[in-house]
Design a protein around this ligand. Structure first.
Ligand code: ARG
Length: 460
């Protein structure tokens, strides 16, 4: 069965049918297609195209199709062009002649926009819930080791001591922005396109606001041509999915390093690692590597749809059918990665002694020391030079910051006062960073509380 054909003398070639058919992937929209069509049947009744009895007949036939679709045999021998065609064929089988009225004043161009929006709204909600669960895992992880100190890095070189919790809260901020971006994408998605017709607006006086309310949309689209031509709402989601994956990928990269023997900070659980078929000692961080790998795949989906849309003349073009596979895949990879990342974080153990030793061994306190000098009156540039020379001397002599006594320091340079010796202890230097956004311990404890209440709000 086709939703068109009167104007044709011959049917489509087998090659064209195989090439253009989308049922094997757009069947994922079946649920949305049916819910949208049920609302449309109610709208058709209100404009007098369907009687109440006919509307009831169609709505319950749609319900029956939804139930049928749960059985694997539902798709047996289905060669329909797309999911919309399949649903109409099933509707005819169930409801008979009245099914012929369901496309009155409705085009597949707006229908496909509607279906994708309904489906995507659900996926965004699923992803947001998983994201919030993962963010909770980050906060719980921070709370397990509230006093742990790690070296913060720049250029992948030890830079300054920070609290482990401060490091985890940096990721919390990235994911909080991602959560916002997902909600912004949801607002763009949550607009009713129905009533736009093929491109010029429907020829039937539907109450579009009533249809929007029926389907839970916040508003209606203002321009029919825009509806047929637009996939921005899908791009918005793909962008939000991409930044979320970017952040997951960077966390994965950090943790692959931190759990290596070279670092030894983190122990990943057996449940998220795998062994080697040859090397018996191996415990590989495959879960994190796959998150990093899938990130590239989601970026690919974003650029794929960008490139598909570039240069399309207004309004609908069949190229746009290529939106679905990247969109479906991105949603699956995003949700799968969020779920995996949560399990990794929940089950990881920090071996706090290792990063603490890394902080003590190297000169991560050099900045604290230079700032202590500046506080006691040495101009900062001179303080910087002086501490630089102290580090050079220490490197030559194999001395760690903790090896310097107050007397040795004062002998090295008279500018070093007693206050300066205190700054050689990483935990002391952090206390000077009680500034909003800084790693000062009291500030971090408060930031952790604030993060928790923001997360609680996301969840409402
Ligand atoms: N399967 C099509 C798509 O996904 C549905 C819209 C078809 N419209 C058309 N005029 N051929 O884009």
């Amino acid at each position: 069965m086709k939703l068109w054909g009167g104007r044709f003398e011959e049917g489509p070639s087998e090659a064209f049918e195989r090439f253009s058919g989308s049922l094997h992937f757009d069947r994922r929209l079946l649920d949305a297609d049916i819910r949208g069509s049920q609302a449309f049947a109610r709208a058709l009744e209100k404009v007098g195209i369907l009687t109440a009895a006919e509307r009831e007949q169609l709505v319950s036939a749609f319900d029956a199709i939804l139930a049928d679709a749960q059985t694997p045999a539902f798709y047996d021998g289905a060669h329909d062009e797309d999911v919309h065609t399949l649903v109409i064929r099933k509707l005819k089988d169930r409801a008979g002649a009245v099914a012929d009225k369901i496309h009155t004043g409705r085009s597949r161009n707006e229908q496909v926009s509607l279906d994708v929006r309904l489906w995507l709204r659900g996926e965004i909600d699923r992803a947001s819930t998983l994201l919030a669960g993962f963010m909770q895992a980050l906060l719980d992880c921070a709370r397990r080791d509230p006093a742990a100190v790690v070296p913060g890095y720049t250029h992948m070189r030890r830079a300054q001591p920070v609290l482990w919790a401060h490091y985890l809260l940096a990721y919390f901020e990235m994911f909080a922005r991602d959560h916002e971006r997902l909600q912004q994408a949801r607002a763009r998605v949550n607009v009713l396109p129905l009533g736009s017709g093929a491109l010029a607006g429907s020829g039937f006086a539907f109450d579009r606001d009533a249809i929007a309310r029926d389907l839970g949309f916040a508003s209606i689209t203002p321009n029919s041509m825009d509806v047929s031509a637009d996939r921005d709402f899908a791009l918005d989601f793909l962008y939000a999915a991409s930044t979320t994956m970017l952040h997951l990928s960077r966390l994965a990269e950090d943790w692959i390093l931190y759990s290596s023997e070279e670092f030894g900070w983190l122990e990943l659980s057996d449940g998220v690692t795998s062994g080697s078929s040859l090397m018996p000692q191996k415990k590989n961080p495959d879960s994190l590597e796959l998150i990093r790998g899938k990130c590239g795949r989601v970026f690919g989906s974003l650029s794929s749809l960008f490139v598909t849309m570039k240069g399309l003349p207004l309004t609908y073009n069949r190229d746009m059918q290529e939106d679905k596979e990247p969109l479906f895949d991105a949603a699956d990879q995003l949700c799968g990665s969020l779920e995996m990342a949560r399990v990794v974080v929940v089950s990881a153990k920090l071996n706090a002694a290792r990063p603490a030793a890394a902080v003590e061994e190297s000169w991560t306190v050099a900045t604290d020391l230079a700032e202590a000098l500046a506080r006691s009156g040495t101009p900062f540039h001179q303080a910087h030079q002086l501490v630089g020379r102290l580090v050079l001397e220490s490197v030559r002599a194999g001395k760690k910051p903790g090896d310097w006594s107050a007397r040795d320091l004062a002998a090295f340079a008279p500018e070093f006062t007693a206050e300066c010796t205190v700054a050689l202890r990483p935990s002391e230097g952090m206390k000077t960073r009680e500034i909003p956004g800084g790693t000062g311990p009291r500030h971090v404890a408060a930031a952790l509380e604030q993060a928790q209440s923001r997360l609680d709000q996301f969840r409402q």
